[in-house]
Design a protein around this ligand. Structure first.
Ligand code: HEM
Length: 407
């Protein structure tokens, strides 16, 4: 059944290797051209890399399940279901449909647009603390405000938000070459779980105008036909997922933006002169180098593609960041162009039933933050010696992007 153009051994795709984090694009090109259904014998995963394969696969939840987890390490060694914190990102229909419905309303573009004053004030608060001459765009700015936005929505007290951010970031970090969670990562998961358990108990006793209090009130239809309120673990699952998915990604996309625009200063200046270019620039950033490199699925049955069969029960990497650079689907795919017409189907925010719940929020935060950055640093240069890559499972980007502002 092997009809790949090269043998699997000819391409060494190690998603945990430092070289992959450094620049995955040459590897993605080889995968698309030479092994569109790649098999990695060391970890036992398959990988799809062409847009025309990834996009339909992301919609096909019958063939590709999310229920074992969304990182490779989770899919390879899934936790027993009774020990897992339930999260919609790790559910298939019908459970996913029932649970996502509960939060959809909070994240519609209209509901999100009402948050604009709060987000603008939060971004401004962090922007005003910066040294106007030089700062670290990620460490001093883009890492700090998205967690404030999502935890404000959830109802986390102000004094606990940055501590929660540190607890959420720790389990994502990986030393180069390491697949499993570190001891610090495991300890941080316990800390954040205990923190939310206490907060949920407080809101049960004393409801406020926030998402955790609303999740305590909602009712959900269960598989057995009954209708019940959410359990503490289910509420914890929503809180942990929203804060986890909503903070790290926005922080990363802005760091990536700063590095890309340093190499395309003409486009930064064009956007400075015409702020209506910002929304298109945000879409192009997600296409050109979005923070989510891949989503992981688990094949439910044998799947044949390009004359190759992915056996049932295999982990499959959906290489979103490769698909959006596929020249078969995007003209001049390796060119960064903020005026590129947006087709409305950006895999950078996922696709299908798990498409990003926070897409409207991400776009609004991105627009407000890019606007603030254009004011803060109309002309800038990177302190390249200080750039640090993030070594995070499935998410690309930088932990440090120091900039010097020119006036
Ligand atoms: C630029 C920023 C963001 C990017 C690049 C991004 C990317 C993604 C991607 C690729 C997925 C699909 C995952 C999958 O199919 O397995 C996803 C799902 C999700 N995102 Fe985002 N996201 C961003 C911001 C946010 C924000 C601000 C929130 C806050 C609410 C959020 C919450 C979620 C949730 C809850 C899901 C799971 C949805 C489901 O399983 O039904 N994301 N995101």
């Amino acid at each position: 059944m092997t009809d790949t153009l090269v043998s699997d051994d000819a391409i060494d795709f190690d998603p945990f290797a430092a070289e992959f984090h450094e620049d995955p694009h040459p590897l993605y090109r080889r995968l698309r051209d030479e092994a569109p259904v790649y098999h990695n014998p060391r970890y036992g995963f398959y990988a799809l890399s062409r847009y025309a394969d990834v996009a339909p696969a992301m919609k096909d939840f019958d063939a590709y399940s999310s229920a074992r987890g969304i990182t490779l390490e989770q899919v390879l060694a899934p936790e027993p279901p009774d020990q897992r914190i339930p999260m919609i990102i790790m559910m298939d229909p019908p459970e996913h449909t029932r649970m996502r419905k509960l939060v959809n309303k909070v994240f519609t573009p209209r509901a999100i647009s009402e948050l604009e004053p709060m987000i603008t004030a939060t971004v401004r608060e962090f922007a005003e603390r910066l040294d106007p001459e030089q700062f670290d765009l990620v460490e001093d700015f883009s890492t700090l405000f998205p967690i404030e936005v999502i935890t404000t929505m959830l109802g986390v007290p102000r004094e606990d938000r940055q501590q929660l951010r540190a607890w959420l970031a720790a389990p994502l970090e990986r030393a180069p070459g390491q697949m499993e969670l570190s001891e610090e990562g495991k300890a941080a998961v316990i800390e954040s779980t205990m923190f939310y358990a206490k907060l949920i108990a407080e809101r049960r006793a004393n409801p406020q105008d926030d998402m955790i209090s609303r999740l305590i009130e909602v009712e959900v239809d269960r598989e057995d036909g009954s209708t019940t309120r959410l359990t503490d673990r289910e509420i914890l699952g929503f809180a942990a997922l929203l804060a986890g998915a909503g903070a790290e990604t926005v922080a990363k996309v802005l760091g990536i933006a700063t590095v890309i625009f340093a190499d395309h200063p003409d486009q930064w200046r064009a956007m400075h002169a015409d702020r209506s270019l910002i929304p298109g620039a945000f879409e192009e950033l997600l296409r050109y180098d979005g923070p989510v490199q891949y989503d992981v699925r688990y094949s439910r049955r044998d799947i044949t593609l390009h004359d190759r069969t992915i056996p049932a029960q295999s982990p499959v990497l959906m290489l979103l960041a490769s698909a959006t650079r596929d020249p078969r689907s995007f003209a001049d795919a390796d060119r960064f162009d903020i005026t590129r017409p947006f087709t409305g189907n950006n895999l950078g925010l996922g696709y299908g039933i798990h498409r990003c719940l926070g897409a409207a929020l991400a776009r609004l935060e991105g627009r407000i933050a890019l606007n603030a950055m254009l004011d803060l640093m109309p002309e800038y240069e990177l302190d390249r010696a200080g750039l640090r890559r993030a070594h995070v499972t499935s998410v690309g980007g930088w932990t440090n992007v120091p900039v010097r502002v020119h006036r």
